[in-house]
Write a protein that binds this ligand. Structure first.
Ligand SMILES: Nc1ncnc2c1ncn2[C@@H]1O[C@H](COP(=O)(O)OP(=O)(O)OP(=O)(O)O)[C@@H](O)[C@H]1O
Ligand SMILES: [Mg+2]
Length: 402
């Protein structure tokens, strides 16, 4: 089941909100509606977040991200549309039930930590349990567990003011973890932190998410953060979601100029992967074929080497032209004795930046080999260079030479 689903969500502030929704649905522009005194913060947003996914919402300041996330946890009621949490339409339920959903299913991590200054780290971490009326000993135990997970063991009895910003945000994370909810909503949670601490927190979130399988909706206006964290990224502009896709899809095929500008300063060599630039091998010789078949194919395609695959397309290695000629002259019936199995191969998910070294060391194209050992494609050096050239346009010079 979908963890969170938004269906035709609108939030309009100001006068004539319902009327504004109707006009937007009928095709009025945001500016038209604004001119009449309403502020559409979120316009017709629909998407699904799968359990265990990190779903990033990215957009410039004022694009509607916070408004959207506040509707996802029922803090704000949509002007129109529906939010489903674990399949339950939270727009339609009564206040008590909504409170229960918010306590049990969703926790929120804010940009400015929102810690209570006069409570200890442990008490802050256990805050949600306090509200739920969980007994003190159990609260303490759960808080200790969560603090351990975020690397704050031993800090239980300190106060927020005694902690650095990064540590305070770890307490914020721990608080979301003690609540035990499967869904975590994070609004610019790392934006106030120094770059290095921020990286650490991103790594920590990725680790926690992998081990605990939380569903995360993460808001940011930082594209690099979105790329690092997001399984999928939704790009918001002026209240609308203008694109939803994987980092690679958003980079390779920006839905419009706005997205393109947003992604222009990203180092694509760290996002585009081997599978996106590989091409079919010019010649694959089956291991069961003999040297004559290999030689024929190589002469035909004017190649000095060929990839050899097994019947199930698993890569066995390469054969070189002079070895093949010698094998034919010897009257060999198989390629077994001349296969060079030490081939430069890479995983399809390897980013371009990491292909240069293996490519430079190999005269042959790089073999792209899947987890199951099958040859998926190859990357001739010229293909890599061409891919780099189109990337270069989007990069400052210093980045390209690396
Ligand atoms: N309570 C409110 N009353 C009126 N207008 C609001 C209210 N909250 C937000 N808005 C307006 O809604 C739009 C979206 O605001 P929102 O805070 O959701 O954007 P954001 O993408 O989170 O921006 P930021 O990156 O600065 O946090 C803005 O035009 C904002 O001025
Ligand atoms: Mg915001």
């Amino acid at each position: 089941m979908t963890a969170v689903r938004a269906e035709g969500l609108f939030k309009v502030f100001g006068r004539g909100a319902d009327d504004a929704v109707q006009r937007l649905r009928d095709g009025a522009s945001r500016a038209d509606v604004v001119a009449q005194g309403a502020t559409p913060a979120v316009i017709d947003a629909s998407f699904e977040v799968q359990p265990g996914e990190i779903f990033v919402v990215m957009g410039l300041s004022g694009s509607g991200k916070s408004t959207l996330i506040r509707m996802l946890n029922g803090l704000w009621e949509p002007t129109a549309g529906h939010v489903y949490v674990d399949g339950v339409d939270i727009s339609g339920i009564d206040a008590g039930e909504l409170r229960r959903v918010r306590q049990q299913k969703i926790s929120m991590v804010f940009q400015h930590f929102a810690l209570l200054p006069h409570r200890t780290v442990a008490e802050n971490a256990a805050y949600a349990l306090d509200i739920q009326g969980v007994p003190k000993d159990e609260r303490r135990a759960k808080a200790a567990e969560a603090l351990e997970l975020v690397g704050l063991r031993g800090w239980e009895d300190r106060y927020p003011a005694q902690l650095s910003g990064g540590m305070q945000q770890r307490v914020g994370l721990a608080r979301a973890l003690t609540a035990g909810s499967d869904i975590m909503l994070m609004d610019e949670a790392f934006s106030a932190l120094d770059p290095l601490i921020r990286r650490e927190m991103q790594d920590q979130l990725l680790e926690l998410q992998a081990s605990l399988g939380k569903t995360v909706v993460f808001i940011t206006h930082d594209l690099n953060e979105a790329m690092r964290l997001g399984d999928r990224i939704a790009v918001m502009r002026d209240g609308r979601i203008v694109q939803v896709g994987t980092a690679e899809e958003v980079l390779r095929d920006p839905a419009n100029d706005y997205v393109a500008q947003f992604v222009a300063d990203v180092d694509r060599t760290r996002v585009l992967t081997a599978s996106s630039v590989m091409v079919p091998a010019q010649l694959e010789v089956n291991i069961s074929a003999g040297p004559r078949v290999a030689l024929h194919g190589m002469r035909d395609k004017q190649l000095s080497a060929a990839f050899v695959v097994a019947r199930d397309r698993k890569l066995r290695g390469v054969v070189r032209d002079d070895d093949v000629v010698a094998a034919v002259n010897r009257g060999d019936s198989t390629l077994e004795s001349i296969i060079v199995s030490d081939v430069a191969s890479v995983h399809p998910d390897t980013v371009l930046a990491e292909l240069f070294a293996p490519s430079a060391e190999s005269v042959l194209p790089l073999a792209v080999v899947g987890d199951d050992g099958r040859l998926l494609g190859v990357i001739p050096r010229v293909t890599l260079l061409t891919a780099m050239a189109s990337v270069a346009e989007a990069l400052p010079e210093a980045e390209v030479v690396r």
